[in-house]
Design a protein around this ligand. Structure first.
Ligand SMILES: [Zn+2]
Length: 262
């Protein structure tokens, strides 16, 4: 009989021990490698600035500038660099963190890695994911009002703080919202759930209904950490709702981190 404190974490780990992750991790690692190499081939050399001179090869973990000979690893500058875990496993860990109710501690138990290793990786990937998401979103979801651009031209992350490009803000008239500077319409739920001109908060409440259970796994967050976590959850959910492939998540890491090298 195992200690009660190990509880479900122990049981899940035993289940995972019966399942080889290799069939999942290897293809994910290949996807990460391919997408990062694509991003390298589309960017200037970080050493000499030459455009279109970065070469990549299948099976080689380095890319090379034909102009100056600079040859960093394809993971250089990305959150995949200098990690003891395989690229695919890191990607899987991040997706489990942001897209399931599993806590970071539960994930560390599943993968039999120490908590600090997983927590540090999750924090780093989350930061880079948030930085890269706006550019990826601009490419795959033009219907939200962000200018569509091809991946080839994503040299800069779009500034999504300009709400004037995203339409009006609708709220339930809570006084915390009323001080906002943006164009603002309200619906008072004591009177009605949809105003005559169609203002409602159904989508926000629907989003909260799925966000709240996800946030509970943290058992409390600081104000800054809460904002970061909600953004990560919302961004991943946006990718899920438009049925973006897993490459879209990898692109978030590739675009922001490889852009920063210039
Ligand atoms: Zn160069």
């Amino acid at each position: 009989m195992h200690r009660t404190s190990e509880g479900m974490g122990w049981m899940l780990r035993k289940v995972f021990e019966q399942i080889s992750l290799e069939p999942v991790v290897k293809p994910l690692s290949d996807l990460v490698e391919n997408r990062l190499k694509e991003a390298w081939s589309e960017r200037p050399c970080p050493n000499c600035g030459a455009e279109g001179h970065i070469r990549t090869w299948d099976g080689c973990d380095r890319v090379r500038c034909r102009s100056c000979g600079h040859s960093p690893r394809y993971t250089s500058g990305t959150p995949f660099a200098n990690k003891e875990l395989a690229d695919g496993k890191l990607l899987l860990i991040f997706v489990l963190y942001v897209d399931t109710l599993l806590s970071t501690r539960a994930i560390s138990r599943l993968f039999t890695h120490d908590y600090d290793t997983i927590a540090d990786a999750v924090d780093e990937f989350e930061t880079v994911f948030l930085d890269g998401f706006p550019a990826v979103w601009a490419a795959i979801a033009p219907c939200v009002g962000v200018r569509r651009r091809s991946m080839r031209h994503h040299r800069r992350v779009q500034d999504t703080r300009d709400r004037s490009r995203h339409g009006q803000v609708w709220s339930d008239a809570h006084r915390a919202y009323l001080a906002m500077e943006y164009e603002h319409k309200i619906v008072v739920h004591d009177n009605e759930f949809v105003t005559e001109d169609g203002v409602h908060t159904n989508q926000a409440e629907c989003l909260w209904s799925v966000t709240e259970p996800w946030l509970e796994k943290f058992r409390g967050l600081s104000k800054d950490r809460l904002q970061t976590a909600v953004h990560a959850f919302g961004f991943m959910r946006s990718l899920t709702l438009v049925k973006a492939p897993i490459q879209g998540v990898i692109d978030c890491f590739a675009l922001s981190s490889l852009q920063d090298l210039t």
